[in-house]
Ligand binder design. Sequence first.
Ligand SMILES: Cc1cc2nc3c(=O)[nH]c(=O)nc-3n(C[C@H](O)[C@H](O)[C@H](O)COP(=O)(O)OP(=O)(O)OC[C@H]3O[C@@H](n4cnc5c(N)ncnc54)[C@H](O)[C@@H]3O)c2cc1C
Length: 248
Amino acid sequence: MKPSLEWQIATVKAIKPENARVKTFTLALPHWSEHRPGQHYDVRLVAPDGYQAQRSYSIASEPERSGEIDLTVELLEDGEVSSYMHEVLTVGDQIEVRGPIGGYFVWEATMGGPLLLVAGGSGVAPLMSMLRHRAAAGSRIPARLLYSSRTPGHVIYADELERLQNAGDGLEIFHTFTRQAPEGWAGYARRIDNQMLSEVSAPLGKLALTYVCGPTLLVEAVANELVQIGMAPNLIRTERFGPTGDIV
Ligand SMILES: Cc1cc2nc3c(=O)[nH]c(=O)nc-3n(C[C@H](O)[C@H](O)[C@H](O)COP(=O)(O)OP(=O)(O)OC[C@H]3O[C@@H](n4cnc5c(N)ncnc54)[C@H](O)[C@@H]3O)c2cc1C
């Protein structure tokens, strides 16, 4: 086993509420190794009686930040690991993790572009790692993020996304709200569909490197729609967030 895939004990350095149901956990790692944006870590909880639960969480931070990673976790109703992290874990606590894991759903500035990112809910986490990396690397590769949220209150990283877009380095962000849009909203207010994907992707062309992440149903629907509108299927990469629920 590669050293990075051995379990290590991370220390919770900071916990940041992103919205009512999402928190970002900054973990300091004794054996940090540089990740590729899009990769994830496994988190393992072990009860005193030996019972274990293990889940995957995407790295939201950029690889340029050494020694620590951010994991952005959505609290799920009755969720075993997410509720432990939200309700029990505090700054200074220790938690078992291993990673970085995954070599398919990754993007680095050296891979070029243009870059089309499509997120649903907390699926924005690995795409945020890509965007933070893009900014840290000084890349001006044209990039567009289409981000579906229930309401504006559900948007994760709202301020930072706006700042990244305002940097004027070729990143454009499109929100769509599926339940409730802000007063006077002129943008998208429906589920992602062919027309929306066509409009957002058009300036990037059919050969954009495309990354789709979120709940399984959203990812499958969007991947099909991307193929229907003529995006190159071999350039579309997907990451499904769940449900997983595997007990080890
Ligand atoms: C590669 C990968 C990366 C991931 N990255 C992230 C991440 O960055 N942030 C994040 O919040 N999650 C992420 N997930 C999902 C995460 O691994 C867990 O599945 C999720 O946190 C639920 O675990 P739990 O123990 O809290 O809930 P469980 O106890 O497993 O499940 C509780 C209930 O929620 C349902 N459920 C489980 N997972 C989901 C889901 N994703 N959406 C809706 N319902 C679900 C179950 O069917 C069950 O009814 C990722 C998954 C994968 C495979």
